[in-house]
Design a binder for this molecule. Structure first.
Ligand code: EIS
Length: 231
């Protein structure tokens, strides 16, 4: 079965309110996916290059743990707020609005509002990456690499929020990106499935996932909660 379809996002209601608990359940699988897919392929990459271990390989290895703990930290922060009063924070918007009232001076650079602001960028990155693969965008000279897809996702979702040092780190991580065949195999829980069959699952997963990410972006625009500082 497909890892993606096992952990599908739920369909949004007509008012596009995102149920906090359902959202947290769905995103909580993303960091472990990192462990199974990206890390495995990275370990293979390191192994294959162990004679050539250079500073950039070490950097690459650390980048994936940094990304994983960054996303995990965002999720834990939102969850921490939610668990304080689940009845009050039924939707993600309930949390953001409550923090706007409680922390007027620092908001939106505070609490779960800030965590969700960054989390949504990582989710957008994943969305664009998967969509690009599903659309068959590829480097014709290197059809088993996903660098064009990863670069597109980075440029559209994250680059403008990164200063040049983090942009350089991205360039290192890019070279440690898994091969397409390994990436798609991991999405299929290690089973050998045809690329096209896996992409059918990716397209199915993207329906509710994209709607959810779009709704979070829309909420940040409507509440004027978006910031564009760089890290
Ligand atoms: C935020 O981080 C915190 O998240 C937030 C709060 O502390 C805030 C304060 O300003 O900072 O500094 C972080 C930023 N997060 C800001 C950078 C982390 C590492 C960036 C590495 C750049 C490379 C990214 C591309 C990697 C390509 C890999 C390709 C492999 C296929 C299936 C793959 C999924 C990859 C998903 C990648 C998502 C990256 C998300 C980075 C977000 C970011 O830029 S708070 O914390 O409020 O919770 O306390």
């Amino acid at each position: 079965m497909s890892l993606l379809l096992d952990n599908q996002f739920k369909e949004l209601p007509p008012d596009k309110a995102i149920d906090t608990k359902l959202f947290l359940d769905a995103v909580s699988h993303i960091p472990s996916f990192f462990g199974t897919c990206v890390m495995k392929s990275f370990i293979f990459y390191c192994f294959a290059l162990k004679c050539l271990l250079s500073l950039s390989d070490c950097l690459g290895s650390n980048v994936f743990s940094v990304i994983k703990s960054d996303i995990n930290g965002n999720i834990m922060k939102i969850k921490g707020v939610y668990l304080k009063d689940p009845a009050k924070y039924v939707s993600l918007q309930d949390i953001v609005e409550a923090e706007r009232e409680a922390h007027a001076a620092e908001w939106p650079k505070v609490g779960a509002t800030l965590a969700l602001m960054w989390l949504k960028r990582g989710l957008r990155f994943i969305q664009i990456l998967l969509q690009s693969l599903a659309d068959g965008e590829r480097d014709e000279n290197n059809p088993n690499l996903i660098r064009v897809n990863v670069t597109k996702a980075y440029e559209q979702a994250l680059k403008k929020y990164h200063g040049w040092i983090v942009q350089k780190i991205f360039n290192v991580a890019l070279h440690a990106a898994p091969y397409k065949s390994n990436f798609l195999k991991a999405l299929s829980k290690g089973e050998e499935v045809k690329e096209e069959d896996c992409l059918i699952n990716v397209r199915q997963f993207l329906v509710n996932y994209t709607a959810t990410v779009d709704a979070i972006y829309e909420m940040y625009t409507n509440l004027n909660a978006e910031l564009d500082y760089t890290v």
